[in-house]
Design a protein around this ligand. Structure first.
Ligand SMILES: [Cu+2]
Length: 540
């Protein structure tokens, strides 16, 4: 299941793969072994997927222009591995994660930080850096989750047992127990436990860059730091016009940098709190501590942690999302586009199985990777008919579908190289009445400009409201319940690229499409990306 030229599939073999972040002389070499191992990420023992014995995987740090060479050995006995280098185009805050089955939910992820090249400067100053990789965690294995999602009757994975900060959370106790109602056990840590929080140590009167990325399988999150404002300066690796917030919403697949000034009473410590948004929260918030040195790290803050905004306060989320603009002087989008693809998001049933569909097609990946199929002109490996560019205009997005049927499909959108494409993501009511969910859509291989958001159905004339002056460039954008989101991108990166909801179970249930462009321009395909299906014996 190779998605594109930067995502490399390893089908049960030991392999070497090259990842070109961009052209450059400096090569950085890494040797990785992917294994299952016992860990207690939330004080409850379970198997997790780790790299070189670490969970989350090691942080990769590189400079813009470097070439990363990662020699990955698959030590899993019953599965392949696919690593996706999420969002990589330029300097910024990224992460990587498994993209085979539900390996991201199994814990296969880590941070990937690209510093600006030596000759360049960031457009803001900071004295130090802190890293927060956020995730959600289930006690049920991903294999069981996967079977449940693909069963009749359908078994939903439910809400996560814990939220993790840098792979650490507390399931059955709280560090803030004394402020908690209903009562819960007070966590007692010596500090060396696998679920002990990673304390963030800072010095007073300095500015820190906090790199925040969310690799959650499901949860939309809100992060707040007690007594401190945050100034947002980067989103998905792109600079944004700085703006100050008390709390920040972050959806699966997104990353941000915020600047934090340590201007509070240095004899105290402060809570960093992460809570669930956009779904009824059944998962306790995750906590860690901002520790002002030389105050003792074990000193619990004096008052209760910041309160997460109500889960369904979408106005709060929209206000945050809509205050993100590109930094002045950033590249602007082309004024017009060559093609508009409207993608209706619906929940459906196919032969009794619950699915998510896009324009009434629920994506099923073929066993032969698309890139090899297209390069070698194989026409029996996936559906040759392209899915539609629009949906039936009489469809009522405010109600459950009258006809809930959908079809399974593996067709692709073929896009002409170097054209400008608009994508309108249209949300709708799910199978249940009065339910419309958040979906964070993530594009591989390209950044897009987020031109605007609207309520209800996108209609002719709504393009007049598009922001063409300073829209943010991103690789992930959310659609709000019953609303639409408009994106524009220049299709200039040859390959086969997935565009999908970053919620792991939604993707598993078919919520994605595939864009293919300029495949004739893709150079040699790594041997390992051809190892599956009908391209198994091919040479380039
Ligand atoms: Cu979704």
């Amino acid at each position: 299941m190779g998605w594109g030229s930067m995502d490399v599939a390893l089908c049960c073999i030991i392999a070497l793969c090259l990842v070109h972040v961009s052209l450059g002389a400096k090569a950085r070499h890494f040797k990785w072994e992917v294994v299952y191992m016992y860990r207690s990420p939330d004080c409850f023992e379970h198997i997790v997927m780790g790299i070189n014995g670490q969970f989350p995987g090691p942080t990769i740090r590189a400079k813009a222009g470097d070439t990363l060479v990662i020699e990955l050995t698959n030590k899993l006995h019953t599965e392949g591995v696919v690593i996706h280098w999420h969002g990589i185009r330029q300097p910024g805050t990224y992460f990587y994660h498994g993209h085979y089955g539900m390996q991201r939910s199994a814990g296969l992820y880590g941070s990937l930080i690209v510093d600006v090249a030596d000759a360049e400067n960031e457009p803001f100053h900071y004295d130090g850096e802190l890293n927060l990789l956020l995730s959600d965690w289930w006690h049920q294995s991903v294999h069981e989750q996967e079977v449940g999602l693909s069963s009749i009757p359908f078994r939903w994975i439910g809400e996560p047992q814990s939220l993790l900060i840098n792979g650490r959370g507390q399931y059955n106790c709280s560090m803030a127990a004394k402020f908690s109602n209903p009562p819960i056990w007070q966590c007692k840590f010596r500090g060396n436990e696998q679920c002990a929080p990673q304390i963030l140590m800072v010095k007073p009167n300095k500015t820190y860059r906090l790199r925040i990325a969310s690799t959650t399988a499901l949860a939309s999150l809100n992060l707040a730091i007690q007594g401190h404002k945050m100034v947002v300066v980067e989103a998905d690796g792109n600079h944004v016009q700085p703006f100050a917030v008390n709390d920040l919403d972050i959806y699966s697949g997104e990353s941000y940098s915020v600047l934090l000034t340590t201007d509070q009473d240095p004899s105290m410590n402060y809570w960093i709190s992460i809570g669930v948004r956009a779904r009824e929260p059944k998962t306790p918030r995750a906590l860690t501590i901002l520790n002002y040195s030389p105050t003792s790290a074990s000193r619990i803050p004096m008052s209760q942690p910041p309160v997460t905004p109500p889960w369904n306060d979408y106005n709060h989320s929209k206000a945050f999302t809509k205050s993100i603009y590109a930094l002045m002087g950033s590249p602007k989008p082309p004024e017009t586009s060559n093609r508009r693809i409207v993608l209706l998001n619906t929940q459906n049933r196919v032969n009794g199985f619950v699915k998510w569909s896009v324009n009434n097609v629920s994506l099923v990946l073929p066993s032969t990777p698309y890139l090899g199929s297209l390069k070698f002109g194989l026409n029996n490996t996936f559906d040759q008919k392209s899915p539609p560019d629009n949906y039936d205009s009489s469809y009522d997005i405010m109600k459950p579908a009258v006809n809930q049927n959908s079809t399974l499909g593996s067709g692709i959108y073929t896009i002409s190289l170097n054209t400008t494409v608009d994508v309108i993501l249209q949300n709708a009511n799910a199978l249940a009445k009065d339910v419309s969910e958040i979906h964070p859509w993530h594009l591989h291989g390209h950044d897009f400009w987020v031109l605007g958001y609207g309520e209800g159905k996108f209609k002719e004339g709504d393009e007049k409201t598009f922001n063409l002056k300073n829209p943010p460039l991103r690789n992930t954008a959310v659609i709000f319940p019953y609303g639409w989101t408009a994106l524009r991108f220049v299709a200039d990166n040859p390959g086969v690229w997935a565009f999908h909801c970053h919620i792991e179970p939604h993707l598993h249930m078919g919520m994605g499409v595939v864009f293919a462009l300029g495949v004739h321009r893709v150079g040699q395909i790594p041997r390992e990306a051809l190892a599956c299906g009908s391209t198994g014996n091919r040479q380039n």
